[in-house]
Design a binder for this molecule. Structure first.
Ligand SMILES: NC(=O)c1ccc[n+]([C@@H]2O[C@H](COP(=O)([O-])OP(=O)(O)OC[C@H]3O[C@@H](n4cnc5c(N)ncnc54)[C@H](OP(=O)(O)O)[C@@H]3O)[C@@H](O)[C@H]2O)c1
Length: 502
């Protein structure tokens, strides 16, 4: 049990935080600005956890770790902690947790598209044979497969937005990324053109001349980039995910109308309003209240911006994948993604929580093939697509498969698993350690944890009939989640050393 100590003032807490942050980041005190958002210092989740743990000891009460992100500057965080410290000091016998009282955010008020973003006047002619396409997120997981499909399904040159110091570095990053998923071929080189920039900057961080040159010459745009982080709040993700999407729409509308093929997520239906309801591709997604993850909130707002642009006349297609799993043929996947890290962490821990989840995941090759194919059909314009797995399986099937492969799997009740997570996982050697803030924090009016919020009964039923109809005749089918697929995935994870059988 933690007992509250004597109350501290905001100034005292601020001085403490300042020196600890400077020490963690190994910079001088005067290099830390108390009004500067903490995420600009590049603090990672583990470093944040270390500071939170020390602060708890100093203050004498437990802090929801992501409070750091909801009160993003040292000044605002100190103020918030001082308020709690004063309230709690009067009653030292209780166990205290500073709840995650994120400021209420009206997402519908965030969905405002710059009024200057309107499709250029003039006649738009659809082509299924684009000559010049632009893609964001080409150094990411899905982006690698989208580039690969664009190389296969079109003859276009592919301009890729890449963060980097110069084009040569951009080229290397793209090549390395495709190589890492077993997709690279030297013949691709002349068709891949890096464009150095940054989604978080106005005009995507591209010079005005280059932005205008692209605007005048591109035929279509694939927007897959986003910062995927389940711990950061909306405020820390808004710039790349929301404002970045606005800049992509600006590029699409300038000089010449270019269709935007936008990678959204089924997370736009995360409001409890949709729990247990069937949602179809063309259903509206007005309800945002109760979407708690900052990442999901940015995806909701960003998709709204895309629909506003659509309503102003921009041709768009919207693609909502569920969790994206590995390549169904090779098993190649992003080992840093949430589901892989949780599985690895649970194997290391020796326990899985007994939860009612469905494995809502689609292989990346199904997602990428579908997006590129659908983007080439004129009748897709203006529509949304659900790249949901048509026959998802329960999480328990995954555990049964793992068991049969020799992984020591023991399931325990969720509360017990949570207690083990708190008491037994104390170092970053287990990937669950850095996910603890995400897994343990209490959210919503009910103050329940994120894994509770994602229980099957609280999730929407994503219908993908219209998408399957649109794919009919294309030869693209979602591979079934069966023993064979699971063997492919586990073989890949074992061969590259991510998982070990004890
Ligand atoms: N993965 C999933 O399970 C899943 C599920 C549903 C929807 N989605 C959506 O699918 C899309 C792709 O996801 P993913 O799994 O491929 O993610 P990922 O592997 O994390 O890749 C993200 C990409 O976005 C780029 N990016 C991030 N911030 C940027 C910035 N400020 N400027 C320029 N580029 C930036 C990254 O570039 P760097 O290499 O420079 O970091 C990387 O290329 C996202 O829009 C995501 O929301 C993903």
């Amino acid at each position: 049990m933690m007992t509250a100590k004597k109350s501290l003032t905001a100034a005292e807490i601020q001085a403490w935080l300042l020196s600890n942050l400077a020490e963690t980041l190994q910079v001088a005190l005067d290099q830390v600005d108390t009004e500067q958002p903490l995420d600009t210092y590049g603090l990672d989740s583990t470093q944040a956890m270390v500071i939170v743990t020390k602060a708890e000891k100093m203050l004498g009460f437990k802090i929801a770790p992501t409070l750091l992100w909801h009160y993003p500057t040292i000044a605002s965080l100190s103020q918030r902690l001082a308020e709690e410290s004063q309230e709690l000091a009067s009653d030292v016998e209780e166990t205290f947790t500073v709840k995650n009282v994120a400021p209420i955010l009206d997402l519908s008020a965030e969905a405002v598209l710059d009024p200057n973003i309107r499709p250029a006047s003039g006649h738009f002619v659809f082509t299924s044979e684009p000559k010049n396409v632009f893609i964001t997120g080409g150094t990411g997981f899905l982006g690698a497969f989208l580039i690969y499909e664009l190389l296969q399904q079109t003859n276009a040159d592919i301009y890729c937005l890449v963060r980097g110091a110069h084009p040569e570095e951009g080229k290397q990053k793209l090549k390395k990324n495709l190589q890492s998923y077993g997709l690279w071929n030297e013949i691709f080189r002349p068709r891949l053109i890096p464009v150095i920039g940054d989604l978080s900057q106005p005009l995507l961080g591209i010079s005005k001349d280059t932005f205008e040159m692209l605007a005048a010459n591109l035929d279509s745009i694939y927007h897959s980039a986003a910062t995927l982080n389940y711990v950061y709040p909306y405020s820390a993700l808004k710039t790349p995910n929301v404002l970045g999407t606005q800049e992509v729409l600006r590029l699409a509308c300038l000089f010449k109308v270019k269709p935007v093929h936008y990678v959204s997520s089924v997370a736009v239906f995360e409001s409890p309003f949709y729990a247990g309801k069937i949602v179809k591709e063309d259903d509206n997604f007005e309800h945002w209240q109760g979407i708690f993850l900052g990442y999901s909130q940015t995806k909701w707002v960003a998709e709204k911006l895309v629909t506003i642009a659509r309503d102003r006349g921009l041709p768009v297609t919207i693609h909502r994948p569920p969790l994206i799993a590995g390549d169904s043929q090779t098993g190649a996947c992003n080992t840093d993604d949430f589901i892989n890290l949780v599985i690895k962490g649970c194997i290391q821990m020796g326990y899985f929580p007994d939860v009612d989840y469905r494995l809502d995941a689609s292989p990346v090759d199904y997602v990428s093939k579908s997006i590129v194919y659908l983007s080439k059909q004129e009748e897709s314009l203006g529509k949304a697509f659900h790249l949901q797995h048509p026959a998802p399986v329960p999480f328990s099937d995954l555990l049964a498969w793992m068991d049969s492969l020799g992984f020591a799997i023991q399931t325990i009740p969720y509360q017990e698993w949570q207690t083990k997570l708190i008491n037994d996982i104390s170092s970053a050697e287990n990937p669950l350690y850095t996910l603890r803030p995400f897994l343990l924090e209490s959210w919503s009016e009910e103050q329940i944890t994120i894994p509770d919020l994602y229980l099957q009964s609280r999730r929407p039923i994503i219908n993908c009939e219209a998408t399957l109809n649109a794919l009919a005749g294309s030869g693209i089918a979602c591979p079934p989640m069966d023993t064979q697929l699971f063997m492919t995935y586990s073989t890949y994870l074992l061969q590259n050393g991510f998982l070990n059988v004890a």
